[in-house]
Design a binder for this molecule. Structure first.
Ligand SMILES: Cc1cc2nc3c(=O)[nH]c(=O)nc-3n(C[C@H](O)[C@H](O)[C@H](O)COP(=O)(O)O)c2cc1C
Length: 335
């Protein structure tokens, strides 16, 4: 019956049916993502510690940025800073002092100090901030919030290397040696990648490192990933890069992927600098695959996958795809 139908249904009808099917699956995937964003992002209420941290970081960073301008405006941002102080107060009540409150304290202290010659901060706010700062430990020696001056030489002294050569010597490696990768090298690379820029410095990422010896989890994850055929079994360690929706607000629905992608690139380059072979592996899942991935990963509920990194040691000689690049003129328009 099926084969008869196949023969008599015209090609155009088949094409129409297939395109409707695709449309339906796109809608299903978007609805799934929409529900997850609604549930897990900080759009509606600061429901937990991570959401409060995201808000506090976003807001103290706005103050840092204001102070870092060539000519900061005395008394700037009073209303926002007052709201920030209220949230920090609540955060201290719920969770106590930590690095986030310490950074905020440094920033607010600099905000108050900056204002001293101008006296533009409204009276109610300076009282509120002084009261809040009394609750924070301001004794830390190393300043972690506010602004600092950087001499140009601090940058130029680091530039004496062949950065173009470094970029161009990286290739996606799918032909690894069998020698296991030391996890410490991966941790070193992630440690360096922490310096990746992120929106309002929110650093909304979490990385899961699956070691060489965890064959079971590696296999389960690679089984639902559609780009490792022929080399998956030779991957030493698998890095799962995720982004945390709890750090984002309603107008930032795509930001998790932008920040996550940048963070991933930093890890790739840092692993390359460690002399390891790396291949990005996509996590472009439709809902069904995503559910299978999620069941194996057991990641935090607010995490969304950005990509895997397959990591292995380099052989003395190995083959890579040439992956030729488009000419510069095709991708740049100078105006
Ligand atoms: C987000 C992302 C996902 C990728 N997914 C896969 C994948 O699933 N399997 C694979 O073999 N390569 C994958 N790649 C590697 C690309 O094919 C590769 O980066 C591209 O061809 C450029 O080659 P190069 O990395 O050697 O410069 C991925 C790359 C990126 C950035």
């Amino acid at each position: 019956m099926k084969s008869i139908l196949k023969k008599i249904v015209p090609k155009s009808a088949k094409r129409f049916y297939r395109s409707k099917q695709t449309q339906l699956s796109i809608i299903k995937d978007y609805v799934y993502d929409y529900r997850k964003f609604n549930r897990e992002s900080a759009s509606f209420k600061l429901k937990n510690k991570e959401m409060m941290q995201a808000y506090i970081i976003k807001e103290y960073h706005a103050v840092e940025k204001g102070l870092a301008l060539l000519e900061p405006r005395p008394g700037f941002g009073a209303e926002r800073i007052s709201a920030l102080a209220d949230v920090v107060e609540e955060y201290l009540n719920n969770y106590g002092m930590d690095s986030v409150t310490s950074i905020t304290a440094f920033t607010l202290r600099e905000y108050l100090n900056f204002d001293a010659p101008y006296q533009k901060i409204p009276e109610y706010l300076s009282r509120k901030l002084e009261k809040l700062l009394k609750r924070c430990d301001e004794s830390a020696q190393i300043k972690t919030g506010g602004t600092k001056i950087i001499p140009r030489t601090e940058i130029t002294e680091t530039l004496n290397f062949d950065y173009a050569g470094f970029f161009k010597s990286r290739h996606s490696v799918r032909d690894f040696s069998e020698e296991p990768v030391a996890t410490q090298l991966i941790l070193n690379a992630i440690d360096t990648a922490r310096y990746t820029p992120s929106v309002c410095n929110r650093q909304a990422w979490k990385v899961y490192v699956i070691e060489h010896s965890n064959l079971e989890l590696k296999k389960r994850l690679l089984n639902v990933q559609n780009g490792n055929r022929g080399f998956g079994e030779h991957i030493s360690s698998l890095i799962v890069i995720t982004g945390k929706l709890s750090s984002f607000f309603a107008y930032e629905r795509n930001q998790v992927f932008i920040d996550g992608g940048m963070f991933a690139m930093s890890i790739v380059l840092a692993l390359h600098a460690e002399g390891l072979g790396v291949c990005c592996l996509n996590t472009s899942y439709a809902v069904k695959q995503y559910e299978a991935f999620k069941a194996s990963m057991e990641m935090d509920s607010d995490c969304v996958p950005i990509m895997f990194l397959a990591v292995g040691n380099l052989k003395d000689d190995f083959k890579v795809a040439i992956s030729e690049r488009k000419p510069l003129a095709d991708i740049v328009e100078v105006r």
